[in-house]
Design a protein around this ligand. Structure first.
Ligand code: PLP
Length: 392
């Protein structure tokens, strides 16, 4: 009677959402300040001032029916041109408005691209640990997930990628700065990846695309984030303003097909077709325009950096093992129990809500989102200390 696949997906809920709901329940029982909810990647710093200024300006200056009416399916032409010229200026790669599609955030960018690319039998390579929704998006597009491993410090492992990428591969998805590990891929590893993908594409006799999922591009603590399209021409960037501008609930982002991609015009036409078939046409019109005036901007990232330093240094001093994140707002910590789910259950005893790594495609870690108030981290530290003492 119903689509079984969708029923299962709807019932299963993500481990992260599940924890978030649990946290809300506990907050009602014992008070929000006593629950240390590190489950969700919801930005905790205010949007930069340009967002409010631009909203006010647009509401004042633009006729309402124009401002709130449909834009073209791929987005407002002026906005798409602004995004393209920003990409050209900031990253020194060719781009034009005709290859930019405005979307409802990175989730929509990814589902559109995957739907546009996927043919029967296609595999999509992801790098574990990976954002759990990749599996949902890939399988819904009709593709198969093939996981490569990251190395011990969560950078690209070329050996593992070499094994995972085959003639069945349609695309490889990378995410830097990374959720959940906070890794930022450097120039050399992107160059090595480009060499590998060129070799594999030649063996396949068809391009293997690189999908760069970049909602955290601006969120780094000093590390430069090289632009993947500068190293590999068959690149599609899935971008979102959710994290950089703290606009996660407004659902706004874009995807950019490099005009240097093999068959770029057809690929973009397939993107438009996928957007149409999925109902992702005309991203929120007001926020398209707001974001066009705030390109490359972000809120006060020093707040995330302070949280990172406080949490990372404290957890290391208590005996937790983790790699210092270079970007995004997640700390990926080795679980003292090989069963990370069991460890997260123990953490709940101290009102610590941590996400087990299993849905990220690796076992034995937990993800801590530190996009929370600084006081939450400060108040949670004694709980983290007591928790690890249980395993000494
Ligand atoms: N990709 C990654 C790696 C993410 O972490 C997220 C959200 O947390 C998304 C995509 C989806 O982002 P958006 O809110 O823009 O849809």
């Amino acid at each position: 009677m119903l689509n079984e696949k969708m029923l299962r997906l709807g019932r299963e809920r993500s481990a992260i959402r599940e924890l978030f709901e649990y946290g809300n329940g506990r907050a009602q029982e014992i008070g929000r300040e006593n629950v240390f909810d590190f489950s969700l990647g919801n930005p905790s710093i205010p949007a930069p001032a340009c967002v409010e200024q631009e909203i006010k300006r647009l509401l004042r200056d633009m006729p309402a029916q124009e401002l709130h009416g449909y834009t073209s399916a791929a987005g407002d032409a002026q906005v798409r041109r602004a995004v393209a010229s920003y990409i050209e200026g900031a990253f020194g790669v060719p781009m034009d408005g005709e290859h930019v599609y405005m979307t409802c955030g990175a989730a929509a960018s990814l589902t559109i691209v995957l739907t546009a690319l996927c043919e029967e039998g296609d595999e999509f390579v992801v790098i574990a640990p990976y954002f759990p929704e990749y599996r949902v998006f890939i399988e819904n597009a009709g593709g198969m997930v093939k996981a490569a491993r990251a190395d011990k410090r969560f950078h690209l492992d070329m050996g593992s990628l070499d094994e995972a990428v085959t003639e069945k591969t349609k695309a490889v998805i990378i995410n830097s700065p990374n959720n959940p590990a906070g890794t930022v891929y450097g120039e050399n590893e992107l160059k090595e990846l480009a060499v590998l993908l060129k070799k594999k594409s030649a063996q396949k006799g068809a391009p293997i695309f690189l999908i760069a999922d970049e909602p955290y591009r601006e969120l780094t603590y000093g590390a430069a984030v090289p632009y993947p399209a500068a190293y590999y021409r068959d690149t599609i960037v899935c971008y979102s303003f959710s994290k950089s501008l703290s606009l996660a609930g407004e659902r706004i982002g874009y995807l950019a097909v490099s005009p240097q991609c093999t068959g770029a015009d057809d690929l973009f036409a397939a993107v438009c077709g996928a957007g149409r078939s999925l109902g992702f046409v005309c991203a929120p019109a007001l926020f398209q325009r707001v974001c066009a005036s705030c390109l490359g901007k972000s809120g006060d990232l020093s707040r995330y950096r302070e949280n990172r330093d406080l949490l990372y240094n404290a957890l290391r001093s208590f005996g937790y093992e983790c790699v210092e994140p270079e970007g995004a707002f997640y700390l990926f910590v080795k679980s003292p129990l090989s069963d990370a789910k069991a460890f997260c259950e123990r953490a709940k005893k101290y009102e610590l809500l941590l996400v087990p790594s299993d849905s990220f495609g690796v076992e034995g870690y937990v993800r801590i989102s530190y996009c929370v108030k600084r006081e939450t981290i400060e108040r949670s530290l004694p709980a983290f200390e007591k928790l690890i003492k249980e395993f000494e």
